[in-house]
Design a protein around this ligand. Sequence first.
Ligand code: AMP
Ligand code: MG
Length: 339
Amino acid sequence: MNTKLVQSDEKGIQQAVELLQQGEVVAIPTETVYGLAANALDGKAVEKIFAAKGRPQDNPLIVHIDSMEMWKTLVDPLPPEAVQLAQAFWPGPLTIILRHKGTAAPEVCGGLDTIAVRMPSHPIAKEIIAKSGLPLAAPSANLSGSPSPTEAKYVWQDMQGRIPLVVDGGSCQVGVESTVVSLAEESLVLLRPGYITKEQMEQILGKPVKVAGAVTRMLEQGETALSPGMKYKHYAPNAEITILKGDADQYRNYINQHKEEGVAALCFEEDCRDLSVPVVVYGKEKDFDSQARELFSALRHLDEMGAKKVYARCPEVHGVALAVYNRLLRAAAFRVVEL
Ligand code: AMP
Ligand code: MG
């Protein structure tokens, strides 16, 4: 298949809308990462997303909407807490899971009786949903298992020949995927941390938000995944990543004692000095937003450099940094060394 890369101007958006209405898959920018979009009401279109990504069929997709009315066509009833969260954080990077009413294609939900929905804030994503008039199922636009793409060139690398169109909307502002919460259980549970933090949601809801254990550790043997995506390998570059937990001095000492061929450092801007191996930076130590924005492109960059073994400076585990830690932990296949 011939893949076209177009600008996000009127012509590019029109092409995207037409292809989506014809049941094709189109990569579009969102504020989190690039998404691989298709009509969520059309099972055949949704199957093409799974095929293009090589994504396991039981891993459900997030549906992107542009209005509360569109949400109501998918989910019924809307519990008060869901409406509260939507009013506070939509449009924006928060995904809400609720029981569905059977209108979306079953392929979207991976056979579950629930559906994940969010309203993106990216102007191009909003315009494409509005003009097509369709709820769009859209996982990240990478090959399954690879780092999520935050720039059109990385979508192109993974999706060339697999989909007809990529819409270039520049770099993604947030850089990590949406926060995912489930309201389908008895009490609200955070399944995936993101730019909307646990602390922000607690403030809106006026009560503590439970975090699924698998957010910061590997699933235990026999443990049921609250979210099917928790079972799978994620975000991994070719290089083998190890997270080093410790302060800047301990990090520098460890790396300088392990400077073999093919070793690289993945660290904060402040750590760059005095490291005797190639360095890739992901944000500033105290600026969690910058870490989120830069992590995935840093992982891709390490592969471009041909790094074999990467030692990563460990992020913190609160606020937006919890999302960064969650992604990096999976990219590192849970390899962590306490310094
Ligand atoms: P991605 O589309 O790659 O950003 O991933 C979406 C994440 O949301 C995956 O981890 C899915 O397993 C999870 N997810 C989507 N729909 C549901 C659902 N109905 N129940 C639980 N988890 C879901
Ligand atoms: Mg993904």
